[in-house]
Every structure is written in structure tokens, then in C-alpha cells.
Design a protein around this ligand. Structure first.
Ligand code: NI
Length: 136
């Protein structure tokens, strides 16, 4: 059920919020605020080591000696945390690997950190998401 409530804030802060809402293409303040609240709830799920979902992305040069093997080895070691992996050969040298992960936040983060820290990984990122079960 949708409930309404009134929020008071300084004019400058409201201006900032309206700019945010516009820049992110939200239809209205309510949808922008709901998403902001949900992202804080997701942060809490990760901090509390709850069951989460996430996406790890890696950009690396496959010529880097032994790197491809290490990326594969780590994924086998953490196979319970992995839902799927997509590998894109972007050009002659560069690969993009996108790994959808789930499980306890701590183990998912450990996998992401281990992959991102590998020598030769030029860019790595963990997008923290949620199973959606506790999101409304
Ligand atoms: Ni490749």
C-alpha cells in the first residue's frame, strides 16, 4: 500500500535533490527517494554479510602471462558463488569478463577482491546488488 508523508528540508538541499532526480531521469521525487532508500538497504545487507547478488567486471590483457589461468582457477575455487560468466574479446589484446555472483556478502567480496587484485587486471569493479527478497 502506498503511503504519503511530508518531508521538510532546506531549500538548497531540495534543489540538489531535484537536480539529482532530473539528471538520473526519474519521473518524480518519490521514485528517486525510494531508490535512494533501497540503495542504503542494500549497503546494509552487504555490511551485515547477508545473502546478496552482485556483478564483477574485469578488463584485462589476455597476453599477461598466467592471468587467464588465474582468473579461471579463482572462479572454480569460488564456484558456489558464481551464477554465470560472460567473456568478451574486445580487441586483439583486451578482454572483458562479467561475472554474476551470489552468496554471503563476505565471500562474494573476497572473490571480487581476489580477481581485481590480480596482476594484469586493468580495471575491476564489483556492483553490489541484492537478491531483492528484502527490498520493497
Ligand atoms: Ni578474450
Amino acid at each position: 500500500m502506498l503511503k504519503r508523508f511530508t518531508v521538510s528540508m532546506e531549500e538548497d538541499l531540495l534543489d540538489d535533490f531535484d537536480s539529482f532526480t532530473k539528471e538520473r531521469h526519474y519521473q518524480n521525487r518519490s521514485e528517486a527517494l525510494r531508490d535512494l532508500i533501497r540503495s542504503r538497504i542494500i549497503e546494509k545487507e552487504w555490511k551485515a554479510d547477508k545473502e546478496v547478488m552482485g556483478v564483477i567486471s574485469l578488463v584485462y590483457d589476455h597476453h599477461q602471462h598466467g592471468l587467464q589461468e588465474k582468473v579461471t582457477e579463482l572462479q572454480h575455487h569460488f564456484h558456489h558463488q558464481i551464477v554465470s560468466t560472460t567473456h568478451v574479446h574486445m580487441d586483439h589484446d583486451n578482454c572483458l569478463e562479467v561475472i554474476i555472483v551470489h552468496g554471503k556478502a563476505g565471500s562474494v567480496r573476497k572473490l571480487a577482491d581476489s580477481l581485481i587484485a590480480l596482476r594484469g587486471v586493468r580495471n575491476g569493479n564489483l556492483a553490489m546488488s541484492s537478491t531483492g527478497k528484502d527490498l520493497h
